[in-house]
Design a protein around this ligand. Structure first.
Ligand SMILES: *[C@@H]1O[C@H](CO)[C@@H](O)[C@H](O)[C@H]1NC(C)=O
Ligand SMILES: *[C@@H]1O[C@H](CO)[C@@H](O)[C@H](O)[C@H]1NC(C)=O
Ligand SMILES: *[C@@H]1O[C@H](CO)[C@@H](O)[C@H](O)[C@H]1NC(C)=O
Length: 311
């Protein structure tokens, strides 16, 4: 019973599909192809074609439903109309094509083009600036590209890319590289690249290197006193040093609280001072003082006296 009914319906369906074909030939559907994502700079091509239409056909590329970008004629039929456009940031928008033939105009599908601007003139800026940070302080480096959209960033420390498996901890926040508390290990050369990609094609802009210096706070200075004989006179040698601390530092010799000599130590936080000494005479109490731009520390005192039998 079921089968018989299906057979009766079959001719009816055939007629229906025939009717659709006839009406389809009178209205044609142009098809637009082209990119939906492109770098600004190079050319891209939109192409439009309508099939089953008698020439001549006029094709127009329309942007955002209003602006005509180009116009092309096909006198032979079946020819693809090409619309090359040079991509700029202003090319972003929605495109469709319009085909006119035999007094009928038909509209194609639309393509939404998004434009990615490649990065350029990338550089690293630092906070603090200049890039000199004290141990324990915060450091923030920014990767700034003068131009570019949809950018991603990569960072390099002494020419090696910083990744999550880099032994020193770093934080990445947008275009920034952050360290909450720097230690001397963070001293070195940093650079970055900004990049954007379109369909697996990467455009990269690299910065130059920025040399970061990490300063170590000086420790309380130590003092020592020694005497040596020169001819008939004696010279005392007061040596001052901090076991840690970044140069340059200023070292001062204080005698009974008064500054009598000073030295700027550029290599290591240490210096020595020569003092004339007279045996058996107490020449006072010496101390060392070490000063940097943000520290001022004084050593324990040492008495500048010696007995001849000690020599
Ligand atoms: C660019 O990034 C924005 C925000 O992250 C996103 O909405 C947009 O789709 C991206 N554009 C492209 C072309 O990838
Ligand atoms: C960093 O760069 C400077 C100058 O180019 C160079 O003298 C120094 O050796 C570099 N430091 C490291 C750790 O590569
Ligand atoms: C003073 O002592 C330091 C070490 O304590 C030494 O390096 C320096 O050469 C001495 N200076 C003189 C003139 O002997």
């Amino acid at each position: 019973m079921e089968k018989r009914q299906a057979l009766i319906f079959l001719p009816v369906l055939a007629v229906a599909s025939f009717l659709v074909k006839i009406s389809g030939s009178s209205s044609f559907r142009p098809v637009l192809t082209g990119p939906d994502l492109a770098f600004s700079g190079p050319r891209v091509v939109f192409r439009c074609v309508a099939s089953n239409v008698s020439p001549p056909v006029v094709y127009e590329l329309i942007k955002d439903g209003r602006v005509r970008i180009g116009r092309n004629r096909d006198f032979q039929g079946g020819q693809v109309a090409s619309f090359p456009i040079k991509v700029t940031a202003a090319s972003e928008g929605s495109y469709h094509c319009r085909a006119t033939a035999g007094g009928t105009t038909e509209i194609s599908n639309s393509i939404k083009l998004r434009v990615v601007t490649p990065p350029s003139y990338t550089r690293v800026t630092s906070e603090p600036f200049p890039p000199v940070a004290y141990e324990g302080s915060r450091m923030a480096l920014s990767c700034d590209a003068e131009r570019g959209s949809n950018l991603s960033y990569s960072w390099f420390f002494n020419r090696k890319e910083i990744t999550s498996s880099t032994s020193l901890p770093f934080h990445f926040v947008e275009n920034k590289l952050l360290v909450e508390r720097v230690t001397p290990e963070y001293a070195g050369n940093y650079s970055c690249t900004a990049w954007s990609s379109v369909n697996e094609i990467k455009r990269i802009s690299s910065s130059t290197e920025v040399q970061v210096t990490i300063k170590v706070y000086v420790s309380k200075p130590e003092i020592s006193f020694s005497v040596h004989k020169e001819g008939t006179s004696y010279h005392g040698n007061v040596t001052c040093w901090s076991t840690r601390g970044s140069p340059p530092v200023n070292l001062y010799l204080l005698l009974d609280g008064k500054e009598v000599d000073s030295v700027t130590a550029a290599q290591t936080p240490a210096a020595w001072f020569l003092v004339v000494v007279v045996p058996e005479l107490d020449m006072g109490e010496a101390r060392c003082r070490v000063k940097t731009e943000n520290q001022d520390l004084t050593s324990e005192p040492v008495n500048l006296e010696f007995q001849l039998e000690e020599m």
